[in-house]
Ligand binder design. Structure first.
Ligand SMILES: [Zn+2]
Length: 311
């Protein structure tokens, strides 16, 4: 059995785990990365975290590599952060692969976090038996990944699948990427919060869960309906382009079956051309917070060691 260290770097914390080649997670922990507003570079925090994780194992193991999933646009060949849409200080330009390989002396791969989520779902989650998969993560932004014929669509520099940033509303609002009316500006949880803010029914601040807990208020329910309709329009376009067997929806809101996933599925199936909708599955992601680490490892093994993955 081979053992790996998996790391999932997000904007507020990094998750770290020891995972074997079957995808079994033996231990995990998380470290805050934004504790001093990123004055400490994220990569330094991650290196310390990996040292701690290995130390608390108390077992001398040879790790076969470090598999990293990371926020931002990642050049997968270099293992480097080449773009971010947010404002994370001391992060863009970080050569994650080089830093970790220098420190730990074992191979490292790096992949974008939304792409990793999709691969995690393909390996251990709701997309397990599918080879054509569209993954969409609804959070503060919208992330995604596309798997075609069992392979992640990576594009020229490994940064394909930024489905949050295709403009869907030319007259819409400014996106974090600098464009107007990206899918993210209508379909993210932030977009829903902005809609509900205008109703002035909640004291600030409130979050997505507060919204879904107050659907008895008609105005709120209407905003949620409209948000789902806008989201479905973008998904219909993506389904027409990629012809997936399954659309996997990740993010906290995907657990809302009756008030989110079911109506979203209905709206998408109403609008797609019939031949795209036949047998199309639209399901919530099931790996939860582990999807990024699992997907990072799936990617590592696919890249480095095609015999290493046991299942
Ligand atoms: Zn954008």
């Amino acid at each position: 059995m081979r053992y790996y260290v998996a790391v999932d770097i997000g904007g507020t914390e990094a998750k770290l785990g020891i995972i074997d080649s079957r995808g079994k997670i033996h231990s995990k922990m998380s470290v805050a990365v934004s504790f001093d507003q990123y004055e400490t570079p994220i990569i330094d925090t991650v290196i310390k975290g990996v040292e701690q994780l290995i130390e608390i194992q108390g077992v001398k193991r040879n790790y076969s590599g470090i598999a990293v999933s990371a926020a931002g646009q990642i050049d997968v060949t270099l293992g480097k952060v080449i773009g971010t849409n947010g404002h994370i200080k001391n992060y863009e330009g970080t050569n994650i692969k080089q830093r970790l390989e220098e420190k730990f002396g074992i191979p490292v791969t790096v992949i974008n976090d939304a792409n990793a989520m999709v691969l995690g779902e393909c390996w251990k989650g709701s997309a397990k038996s599918f080879t054509h998969v569209l993954g969409v993560t609804i959070g503060t932004g919208v992330g995604g990944g596309v798997v075609i014929d069992g392979h992640l669509l990576q594009g020229h520099r490994g940064i394909a699948g930024e489905i949050g940033h295709f403009p869907i509303n030319y007259d819409g609002t400014l996106c974090s990427c600098g464009n107007i009316g990206c899918f993210e500006t209508v379909a993210s949880m932030n977009a829903l919060i902005e809609r509900v803010k205008k109703l002035q029914v909640f004291p600030m601040p409130f979050n997505g869960r507060d919204i879904f807990n107050h659907l008895v208020v008609d105005e709120i329910a209407n905003e949620v309906d409209q948000w789902i309709a806008d989201m479905s329009a973008g998904l219909v376009g993506l389904i027409h382009i990629f012809n997936p067997q399954i659309v996997v929806i990740g993010g906290g809101v995907s657990y809302q079956k009756t008030h989110f996933l079911d109506p979203l599925r209905n709206k998408v199936l109403e609008k797609v051309m019939p031949c795209f909708g036949e047998q199309l599955v639209i399901e919530a992601a099931t790996c939860g917070n582990d999807a990024g680490m699992l997907g990072a490892l799936y990617h590592f093994i696919s890249q480095m060691d095609s015999k290493g993955r046991d299942q």
